[in-house]
Design a protein around this ligand. Structure first.
Ligand SMILES: Cc1cc2nc3c(=O)[nH]c(=O)nc-3n(C[C@H](O)[C@H](O)[C@H](O)COP(=O)(O)O)c2cc1C
Length: 201
């Protein structure tokens, strides 16, 4: 079983990474193979709206999203982590969501993977990021796991949040338990398009 933590903080070893690492420690204690992917120092560009991924099932933009695609596909459980930047998730977190448009083919999508979330704010904005992440998790037909919301500002401050660190550890344990359930959406359930307009005919 592979559990992936995706940190969308540009800060190296910041609070999001600290909490994700604690989550991964919880998962590892229950036998999971763990990996952390941090966008810090990486090149994750925004979607250019070319739509070529709909037919090809892959994105033409050659940047650090390419290895992340592979890791997302290989994972059984994914915990998305982002600090709050200007009252929402970071630009990189949103770019990863947009670029996941390319994960739309059988065997190359996020369906039936377990999804959890860790968000960190100095003061305001957590609920907006959580809503966006759980909408994403629903739309991708992932099985939603719990979230951890933490309030910390300075680099490393999250370590002092004992209850927050404990909750992150438990989230890792919970993700492993949920993956073990081998949940699957019925294959006949529609994927991707739940809103209708002239383009859907
Ligand atoms: C550009 C920028 C914008 C931020 N905007 C907010 C905000 O709108 N609301 C908030 O509560 N904290 C905000 N913060 C504070 C961070 O969420 C906080 O420092 C957090 O601990 C950073 O997590 P990290 O160490 O994982 O990067 C902002 C920080 C930066 C650098």
């Amino acid at each position: 079983m592979k559990i992936l933590g995706v940190s969308c903080s540009p800060r190296k070893k910041g609070n999001t990474v600290i909490l994700l690492e604690e989550m991964l420690r919880g998962a590892a204690e229950h036998g999971a193979d763990i990996e952390l992917f941090s966008i810090s120092g990486k090149d994750i560009r925004g979607c250019d709206g070319c739509y070529s991924c709909i037919a090809k099932g892959e994105c033409h933009i050659q940047d650090d999203m390419q290895p992340l695609y592979e890791k997302l596909i290989a994972a059984d459980g994914i915990v998305f982590g982002s600090p709050i930047h200007f009252y929402g998730m970071t630009a990189q977190a949103k770019a990863i969501m947009d670029r996941s448009f390319a994960l739309n083919k059988p065997g190359k999508n996020l369906a039936n993977k377990v999804g959890g979330v860790i968000v960190v704010a100095g003061s305001i904005g957590i609920i907006d990021a959580l809503k966006d992440y759980y909408f994403f998790i629903t739309l991708k037909q992932m099985l939603p796991a719990n979230f951890v919301a933490a309030y910390a500002t300075g680099k490393g401050d999250a370590k002092r949040l004992k209850k927050g660190m404990d909750a992150a550890f438990r989230l890792g344990e919970e993700i492993v338990q949920l993956v073990d359930k081998k949940f699957e959406f019925p294959p006949e359930f529609p994927r991707n398009f739940f809103a209708f307009g002239t383009h859907t005919h």
